[in-house]
Design a protein around this ligand. Sequence first.
Ligand code: FES
Length: 145
Amino acid sequence: MSPRTHLTSAEDVPEQGGWLFTVEEADGSRQEVFLVRLADGTAAWKNYCQHETDQELYREGVGTVMRDGGIVCPRHGSVFDAATGYCDNGEAAGSTLAEVDVTEELGEVYLTDDDVTFSHAGPADAADDGDDDDDLPDSTSHLRF
Ligand code: FES
């Protein structure tokens, strides 16, 4: 069993809006994933619609729109079951969101999916580690001779 990665506290996942993070896929590409709160835990889904995969379900400044236990696609309005990822309506009917395995334990949410690696909290284009001098060459001004 691979080590799990702590993501956040379950109470920090809003009932409306979700919680976004980014993982690295096996091929090295980055993929956004959002957490949603369920009546009995937490689920994580890759951040794209199954009808048109360029459509994000979690949008910056809005988050994930939830309605009656479903995740609403902002483009055509299909609603995916937040617990199973399945959609039985609209343009995306018959499809299921791409799941990422997470585990909730004692109120904390962990990434437990062997197929992806945690990259960072927030959108894929966010800074990797919060260190804002990544793009700068190491300064030699701190060296003492
Ligand atoms: S893009 Fe999501 S239902 Fe069409």
